[in-house]
Ligand binder design. Structure first.
Ligand code: IMP
Length: 195
């Protein structure tokens, strides 16, 4: 079984990656150095790919410093993009959620509730960096619904589901079957199986 070091401080992301990749024979583990997830500096940019590449570059530097350069390293950056609010919250999804919360987002969204999530996953294979993209179109719900997941999950209804339930009302497996992260990581799994 291969092992993927996932550089993330988000237990929800780790759980989703594990649920999707473990059945395919990949052990997903949190990338830690001396017991801690290393601090990564995110660049100020409006581009998710730039953020993911900056994160993986810093992670690879840490691997090199630890003499672990032949190991894998997975990073990802995700954002929610609301059609009626161009580029919002987008790459600033984490900061906006912290400042105005889900209720604040619901107040800002009007009649057009269409939105999409995008994930850019960047994988250091031990030799090169490969980038994988996943997108999920959906709608911002009228109200907060569901207890599962994290972040914006309680207000995002994917179009591919039954069109009624938010990600937070789905199991991890149901979410991964249609989510941005699930799609990016499925493409990554295809790549790994062929290489
Ligand atoms: P980041 O990829 O950790 O920078 O995520 C940016 C923001 O989007 C954070 O507030 C996350 O909680 C949120 N987010 C990322 N992925 C998801 C998801 O799959 N569902 C809901 N919120 C997410």
């Amino acid at each position: 079984m291969g092992t993927l070091n996932f550089l993330t401080g988000n237990p929800g992301k780790l759980e989703e990656a594990t649920a999707l990749l473990a059945p395919l024979g990949w052990k997903v583990q949190s990338f830690v150095v001396e017991g801690n997830v290393p601090e990564i500096v995110e660049p100020q940019t409006d581009n998710l790919t730039t953020v993911a590449l900056a994160k993986v570059a810093q992670g690879v530097e840490i691997l090199a410093a630890e003499s672990r350069l032949s190991e894998s390293l997975l990073v990802e950056d995700s954002g929610l993009f609301i059609d009626a609010l161009p580029d919002f919250p987008g790459v600033y999804s984490a900061q906006i959620l912290k400042s105005i919360g889900l209720e604040g987002i619901l107040k800002l969204v009007g009649e057009n509730r269409s939105a999409q999530f995008t994930t850019i996953a960047a994988l250091w294979t031990g030799e090169v960096v490969e980038v994988f993209v996943g997108q999920c179109a959906g709608q911002i719900s009228e109200e907060i619904q569901g207890q599962h997941g994290f972040g914006y999950d309680p207000i995002f209804i994917p179009n591919e589901g039954d069109g009624k339930r938010t990600f937070a009302e789905m199991t991890v497996e149901e979410k991964s079957a249609c989510s941005h992260r699930g799609k990016a990581l499925s493409t990554l799994a295809d790549f790994l199986s062929q290489n």
